[in-house]
Design a protein around this ligand. Sequence first.
Ligand code: GLU
Length: 432
Amino acid sequence: MFVSQCQTRAYNRLRFRRCWGDGLSFEDTNYFFGRAIDVMDVGRNIEDLLVTPDRSVSVKIPLEMDDGRIRVFEGYRVQHNNARGPFKGGLRYAAEVDLDEVQSLASLMTWKTALARLPYGGAKGGISVDVRELSRDELERLTRQFVNRIHEFIGPHTDIPAPDMNTNAQVMAWIMDQYSLLHGHSPAVVTGKPIDLYGAEGRESATGRGVVYVIEELLKDEGRDIKETTFAIQGLGNVGSYTVRFLDELGAKIVAVSDVSGSVYEAEGLPVREILKYVSGGNLIKGYADSTTITNEEILTLPVDVLIPAAIGSVVNETNMHEVEASYIVEAANSPVTPRADEYLKDKGVVIVPDILANVGGVVVSYFEWVQNLQRFSWKEKQANAELHATITEAYRKVRKLAKRRNLDLRIAAFVLAIGRVGKATVLRGIH
Ligand code: GLU
């Protein structure tokens, strides 16, 4: 049953609507937050404190292009909550980035870090830019200019950025360098750096690896054999491609994959290694013609056991929710299922593993990187993977147990656990 109309609650400093939209918005995250709050015993004052971002910074970034033109971009850093530790979260470079989206993602980071018991709060940032329009030099200058404008708000003990959509280890290296020019040598100011520059082994593959650890636990609980389970994965960026690779290593039956250019489907299973090799050479799926080609909309509604949206937000929404045939959705991307679709699919019996649990692996290994940077010490990948496995399995078990005990879906159980931890820290620290 979903709530049939938007309900408006007036908060102290923020209008928070118990509603949904089909874009990736702060309202959507707050909808799930509100659903969890409804089954908790959190005072109204604490609720207000938890929903409101601590600080939202918007900056203008002028960039001199290679041909001498000046273009102006908008950059953001939203620090949502730091009751449990320094703000933490990625930076995304994408045309659709705006303050509302960044607030939504920053809030998700607060709940994600709390769910994994990392000593962090939540933040997110980004620049509204289509990176395909920039040369490598322009991207570097844009990144350094962004750091020049936000450096006072970030730092190894205040706010630690990381990669997200369209940012990578090289971008993190530029951030570390620019911040260090202004503040002295500071490897711990960002995570997701190159291995040769204070990065951590296992960080690049961590989100995909974590997605697969969660899937293994889920299938165990459901009494399913991964080799008999069919998967469709939307998106072959960092998260999608590692997810596909690790699922394939376990013998999963991957029947469909996609990237921005198109999707391929083969009911008997795809030659996944060949496809990954093909796309890692810089090729687009569109040019891979060995299997039946379907559209990027169709991949979401295939008759598969597990659907893994691993690309952008709000892809499962009001327009296609009735066609979804998967029994499980594992949210490798942030916010891929809108609140309305979430309510509809839940009622239909689809089990959804929420983003704050499914894709938490990235920030877990970011935490390991940060700890290593602060200690001037480095771990082997085996240790990072083992610690990641322990952290993510414990989070999954706790969510599953609470969901069963209180008859909640996995998303609301995950939010309840996370909100409880942040709420407790807030009260213990005192409100001032
Ligand atoms: N951007 C990733 C996320 O959404 C990783 C954040 C981090 O490592 O701080 O979880």
